[in-house]
Design a protein around this ligand. Structure first.
Ligand code: UD1
Length: 417
């Protein structure tokens, strides 16, 4: 198993540009299934989740090639093959093939998806929405069989503004027969990006980024070229890396409005920030101040995917802080690892209480999931001595060359296989 060995205590400085967003790239890759022509997706990030999604597309008969800095995806020979459990379990986003196959072929058969182990991750909202649209669904032995030959439009209300359910319903409805309106849908920037991509292929989707999305069906989508948005979670992770090492960095390539909730917290910590539309400069103070309280919420609230990173920053900030995780039920698995490094954190159910300490000390720690794993790297950057982060395959699902990127800013990280 690969690991990072981090020599802590080096201040970061310099400029870094983020990759395209994982959570935009994955549903967009699934969206290419809807097109029987050629789609060119620029700047593919080298995340294992993206590579695995390409594998899934190939299993469905799509041709995926990489040329220069683009993926060329040809869907002319795609067919609605079964997505078995050994593939579906590779990533949560395998579930997007359900909506996309239903959209194009009006039938789909997929196994339940995998993904980070951060609590129960049901897909009941996806399935209820599909049923509301006339899809007939039967489930047996963990396999979901869907028939959308009687797909109709109408109004679909989501009990919770689920990102994945919103995206799956959009993918299903784009090539339908009647107008579909999704109410209480998620408003995340990655959903807007998916809709922009689909609209560029000829779809007619209105209202993305609001709580009400309307989809007017079209008969066909056409090939296009598209560059997905920059990754706000990676941008946020780098900013916190700059803050936790008392550094001075500039992060480019992501719309800064997408992480305004983090910017607000970093200012409260005592960091100086200069914010432009797609780049941000941060200078961290000698002593960081605790932000007091953070709770995760749906966009534009504080993102659950930055919860582990902001909590880690609190472990070395002056004062005490409460972090409340409201989106996933089991997202503190990294906390016992932080405690091994000297952090003072007490996590119970979905609430963590943090008392800032002067410094962390290097230790052997284990990544348990993607963002929690990245937060252990952040802890290692500030800790005294050496930190070994094991099981970095979790981190590589959503960060490419995190070690080299941080080293380009002055970190001292060695990757060992
Ligand atoms: C997406 C992101 C993930 C992010 C999350 C919340 C992708 C590939 N992943 O995940 O990085 O952390 O949004 O911003 O975009 N839920 C149900 N039933 C459902 C669907 C969801 O109960 O059918 C619950 C989940 O268990 C969770 C909450 O709703 O508690 C949020 O889930 P959702 O918004 O669907 O997140 P994902 O799409 O899985």
């Amino acid at each position: 198993m690969s690991k990072y060995i981090i020599d802590g205590g080096h201040s970061l400085s310099g400029t870094i540009t983020v990759d395209c967003a994982k959570n935009a790239y994955l549903p967009i890759l699934a969206g290419t299934i809807l097109c029987d022509g050629e789609v060119i997706l620029k700047r593919p990030p080298r995340f294992t989740d993206v590579m695995n999604m390409c594998l899934i597309l190939e299993k469905l008969g799509m041709k995926v090639t990489q040329e220069n800095d683009a993926l060329i995806i040809n869907g002319s020979k795609a067919n609605p093959r079964f997505v078995p459990v050994d593939i579906a379990k590779l990533l949560r986003s395998s579930i997007f093939t359900l909506g996309a196959m239903l959209g194009r072929f009006k039938q789909a058969r997929v196994a339940y998806p995998g993904g980070c182990d951060i609590g129960l991750r049901p897909i009941d909202l996806h399935l209820k929405g599909l049923r509301d649209m006339g899809v007939i669904i039967t489930e047996s032995h963990g396999i979901i069989n869907c028939d959308a030959t009687k797909l109709h439009g109408g109004m679909v209300h989501l009990d919770f503004a689920s990102v994945g359910a919103t995206e799956n319903l959009i993918l299903t409805a784009v090539l339908g027969k009647e107008k579909t309106t999704i109410l209480n849908c998620a408003r995340e920037p990655e959903i807007v990006d998916l809709c922009n991509f689909l609209n560029k292929m000829g779809a007619r989707i209105f209202g993305a980024g609001t709580g009400r999305i309307e989809i007017e069906p079209v008969k066909k989508l056409y090939g296009t070229e598209y560059t997905p948005i920059g990754d706000r979670i990676i941008a946020g992770t780098y900013l916190i890396a700059g803050a936790i090492t008392h550094g001075e960095i500039e992060v480019c390539g992501c719309n800064t409005m997408f992480f305004s909730s983090l910017i607000d917290k970093l200012r409260y910590s005592g960091c100086v920030l200069k914010v432009k539309s797609d780049k941000i400069y941060l200078k961290s103070p000698k002593t960081l101040k605790s932000v007091g309280f953070v709770e995760t919420q749906v966009y534009p609230g504080f993102p659950t995917d930055l919860q582990a990173q902001i909590l880690t920053l609190q472990t070395v900030s002056e004062g005490s802080c409460v972090v409340q995780e409201n989106i996933f039920e089991s997202r503190f698995k990294f906390v016992p690892e932080l405690i091994k490094m000297g952090a003072k954190v007490r996590a119970r159910d979905c609430t963590a209480y943090i008392e800032g300490v002067d410094s962390l000390s290097g230790a052997e720690v284990y990544a348990k999931d993607l963002r929690g794993g990245a937060s252990l790297v952040l802890a290692g950057l500030t800790a005294k001595g050496y930190t070994t982060v094991h099981d970095i395959y979790h981190i590589e699902r959503g960060y490419s060359d995190l070690d080299l990127c941080l080293n380009s800013l002055g970190a001292k990280i060695r990757r060992e296989d």
